[in-house]
Design a protein around this ligand. Structure first.
Ligand code: MEV
Length: 428
């Protein structure tokens, strides 16, 4: 079955079509969609316009992790996530590090890359001469496009011809290096690449003896040179916990990180924990979480083996825990100026620059990683996780207020399990 012109239908007709085609036996379907429509028509229209074929809004909780001391300034981080324990874990971690100097960050660089990928079936030597002679022309052809970006301190930083024929027959790139200032820069980069590619083709038709075929003109979401480092540190003795001395705790923590460094099965979960924190801030600030995820995991595999993004050590009686991650994010452009909650997040963060945001996100990632490892090497993650998840289970079981209170009090000193909860509320 194919429907044509779906995007041209009104919202009501789109829903009617869905109801009669797929949801004929779900009487409440239309109401489920409608209850998430915003009463404010203008606001709903704004949300409708973000993507194609909008039929409703999909809510995720928007939470706050306060007490994040980052480079001497205290922030309340906005976090959007569906995972119940993430905000609690970040908050706990932030508080722990707040009186120990907090998170210290360093932005290493902010360079992003884009490519014109093309095939040239002639001699490489001809292409090298051609590129040398037309480099200035390529740049001139995008001068107008980059004028605004240059005013904001960004623009094209370099362009080079790259010979990739060792990997794929006749395959070359023109590689552009960009600084996109406070923008994530995807639209700017892709516009520049498309314009430059046109110039390249025109010049090649006249100047090159063989045919040059453009394959793609696209930014790379891999930005190993748009990189931020974050660390926390404290005297080892400050890490003492119940039955563990500071030294024993630090050693166990370092070994847990060492496992993630050598074992990809663990590294993926370890890094997922880091991304729990980062993605939540990425979403709250209207950034592209797919780009951030792809980038982070590619960076984790940059040596050819997937490994931990964070590391830990003891030096001169101090425990150090640190993370290095590429983050290509923006505080202007995209939906930053039009989504009311994204605007709110940026205001809450005191209108950060893109590099500030890199620092904040990396700190959220390290905090989350610390919280996860802390739980894993002590009581396990399920105590905290299931405590937070208890609310979801209660909702699932349609618990009354009295039952909620009964369950909260019963599980206050016990591990939460669905089986025990059902027994407690006599739902078996
Ligand atoms: C759960 O979302 C994240 C953790 O699995 C991360 C980790 O294991 O380090 C707790």
């Amino acid at each position: 079955m194919q429907i044509n012109g779906f995007s041209k239908l009104s919202k009501k007709d789109k829903i009617n079509w869905l109801l009669k085609t797929y949801l004929y036996d779900v009487p409440e379907a239309a109401q489920i969609l409608k209850q998430y429509w915003h009463n404010d028509v203008a606001l709903q229209t704004l949300h409708d316009s973000f993507i194609e074929n909008t039929i409703s809004n999909f809510y995720l909780p928007y939470g706050i992790a306060p007490n994040f001391l980052i480079d001497g300034k205290t922030y309340a981080l906005p976090m959007v996530t569906e995972e119940s324990s993430v905000v609690a874990a970040a908050s706990k971690s932030a508080k722990f590090w707040q009186d120990k100097g907090g998170f210290k960050t360093q932005v290493i660089d902010t360079i992003k890359t884009g490519h014109i990928h093309f095939i040239y079936e002639g001699e490489t030597a001809d292409l090298i001469i051609f590129f040398r002679e037309h480099r200035a022309e390529l740049l001139a052809s995008v001068a107008d496009l980059q004028m605004n970006m240059q005013k904001r301190g960004g623009g094209i930083k370099d362009i080079n011809l790259i010979d990739r024929t060792d990997k794929l027959a006749h395959y070359y790139q023109i590689e552009f290096k960009f600084d996109t200032a406070d923008a994530m820069g995807a639209n700017f980069i892709n516009t520049v690449l498309e314009e430059a590619a046109e110039t390249l083709v025109k010049a090649a038709e006249v100047q090159l003896p063989a045919k040059l075929t453009i394959l793609m003109r696209i930014l790379s979401n891999y930005t190993p040179d748009c990189l931020v480092k974050v660390s926390v540190s404290c005297p080892v003795s400050d890490l003492a916990q119940d039955s563990l001395s500071g030294e024993a705790y630090a050693q166990k923590f370092i070994q847990a990180v060492a496992v993630a460094k050598v074992e990809p099965y663990r590294a993926v979960t370890h890094n997922k924990g880091i991304m729990n924190g980062i993605d939540a801030v990425v979403l709250a600030t209207g950034n592209d979480f797919r780009a951030v995820e792809a980038n982070a995991h590619a960076y984790a595999a940059k040596s050819g083996v997937y490994t931990s993004l964070s590391d830990a050590k003891i030096e001169n009686g101090y425990f150090y825990f640190y993370l290095e991650i590429p983050l290509a994010v923006g505080t202007v452009g995209g939906i930053t100026a039009i989504h009311p909650l994204v605007k709110f997040s940026l205001q809450l963060l005191q209108n950060p620059s893109a590099t500030d945001l890199m620092r904040l996100m990396a700190s959220a990632g390290l905090a989350q990683n610390f919280a996860a490892l802390n739980s894993l090497i002590t009581g396990g993650i399920q105590i905290g996780h299931m405590k937070m998840h208890l609310n979801n289970l209660l909702t699932f079981l349609k618990a009354t207020e009295a039952e909620r209170q009964k369950a909260q009090s019963y599980f206050s000193d016990k591990k939460v399990s669905f089986k025990d909860l059902k027994k407690l509320l006599q739902r078996d």
